[in-house]
Write a protein that binds this ligand. Structure first.
Ligand SMILES: C[S@@+](CC[C@H](N)C(=O)[O-])C[C@H]1O[C@@H](n2cnc3c(N)ncnc32)[C@H](O)[C@@H]1O
Length: 246
């Protein structure tokens, strides 16, 4: 993982309903495993394998899905990206990075806009966040996410079946997670909702924007958001970290 102080804007396109079937193949999973050993060593990889084994034993479903046939709510049904689970390492490393910036971040709530089946929520809960919240517009993904939380024995969670543009973050929120979930129309509304609450948040608020296709929305709003750093992963993924100005 490399770090950069420059804001990266390589992700120009939002891949709507891309073919995500490759992510469910054995070949792809082996590639991800080999890359994990190379980057994080055997110990960390074994820890990850143990987690995925527990997913398997408990029947946690994290398979990727197109949005075409799903039942979506709200006025932005065609502005979202497909459900594609991210890699454990990327989420884990980016959370660690924010904890290095602010050790109190886990004292608040973790919020995933476009939470899908909930992998980031599961990982954030293991990092010790007081509560993990997912906002997801596809009903079927919410149902799987709730089942996944229950299977993992997670109690302090909330899954809301709603359009992200309509959700107002709770004052306890300390970390917002965005894995390239929607296009700029929705992202502008979400960023506005976040900044409109800036005087209400109890603690500092950080934003992790992974594969940031609408990065400019946060980068150009210097009145409300401060760019902290970019992380570049060997898989080619980019995570930009922003902080809400108060
Ligand atoms: C790339 S996936 C990310 C899933 C999850 N955050 C993760 O990292 O595993 C994007 C998710 O955003 C959801 N989504 C897209 N537009 C949305 C909207 N307007 N409101 C709520 N969820 C939305 C999709 O259904 C999909 O589950």
């Amino acid at each position: 993982m490399k770090e950069s102080k420059e804001i990266l804007t390589l992700y120009k396109k939002v891949s709507k309903n891309a073919d995500v079937s490759h992510a469910n193949t054995l070949k792809y999973k082996i590639k991800v495993l080999a890359s994990s050993i190379k980057r994080r060593g055997v110990g960390a990889t074994l820890k990850k394998i143990a987690l995925y084994l527990s997913f398997y034993i408990r029947g946690v479903d994290l398979s990727s899905e197109n949005l075409d046939k799903l039942t979506k709510v709200g006025e932005h049904k065609d502005r979202g990206t497909a459900y594609l689970q991210n890699s454990y390492e990327v989420i884990d490393e980016v959370l660690k990075e924010v904890e290095k910036l602010d050790k109190d971040v886990t004292l608040g709530f973790f919020l995933d806009y476009g939470s899908g089946k909930g992998l980031p929520m599961i990982i954030a809960q293991r990092h010790g966040f007081k509560k993990v919240i997912g906002v997801e517009f596809a009903k079927e993904l919410c149902e799987v996410c709730i089942k996944n939380m229950e299977k993992m024995g997670i109690k302090n969670y909330e899954v809301l079946n709603m359009d992200a543009a309509d959700y107002t973050p709770l004052k306890e929120t300390t970390l917002i997670f965005l894995f390239n979930p929607f296009d700029e129309v929705v992202m502008k509304k979400v960023a506005k909702k976040i900044s409109s609450q800036k005087n209400n948040f109890k603690r500092e608020l950080y934003i992790i924007y992974l594969n940031p296709s609408c990065n400019f929305i946060f980068a150009e709003d210097k009145e409300n958001f401060e760019f902290v750093k970019s992380l570049i992963f060997e898989t080619g993924e980019i995570a930009n970290i922003f902080k809400l100005k108060r």
